[in-house]
Design a protein around this ligand. Sequence first.
Ligand code: GAR
Length: 208
Amino acid sequence: MKNIVVLVSGGGTNLQALIDAEKRGELGNGKITCVIASKADAYALERAKNNGIKAVTLVRKDYADVAAYSKAMTELLIAEKADLVVYAGFMTILDEQVCNAFPHKMMNVHPALIPSFCGKGFYGLHVHEAALAKGVKLSGATVHFVTEECDGGPIILQKAVEVKNGDTPETLQKRIMEEAEWKILPKAVQLFCDDKITVQDGKAVITE
Ligand code: GAR
């Protein structure tokens, strides 16, 4: 069985999608063993506790800088014997220490079709504000491996979602979560846990 550790900062609806998928037997050879929040008031922590999952807080502002926080996170992930680390709405920057300790063993869900609307400053509702400001007709979500480059790691899965007339950042966010994020994140985790993803020449390749 692979130990899945989920990193969160907020509401945790993607965490909930993972918990629900596990209950349906859809995480393959994986089990969510720990949830780590960067904020003490993250509602995602309640979701973990309600489902009997170990919930830990590692608060960013308790650490002097990104390096000190990243060191503490790396040590915690190693102590938790993480086989897979999932960023599910995790909004705190970590440095290369974590990537080096878990190469191609960390994945992130991003609420746009990378390489559009990604990188520094593109998180949460800001992503959807930018998509609407550009007037794109399709947006969506991406699950990718985490590397040192923000939102730049190998792409595992993507799903497109229609932008509709009159969308606000909030309505677009909701549609992208429902139609894309909550589906492709559990699927990517299942593929990883069943050893169906390899990285070749910097690209993720799925063998079903
Ligand atoms: C999700 O839309 C996720 O894709 C996004 O934040 C939201 C978290 O919601 N993540 C990022 O923007 C990371 N760059 P949740 O806490 O309900 O899962």
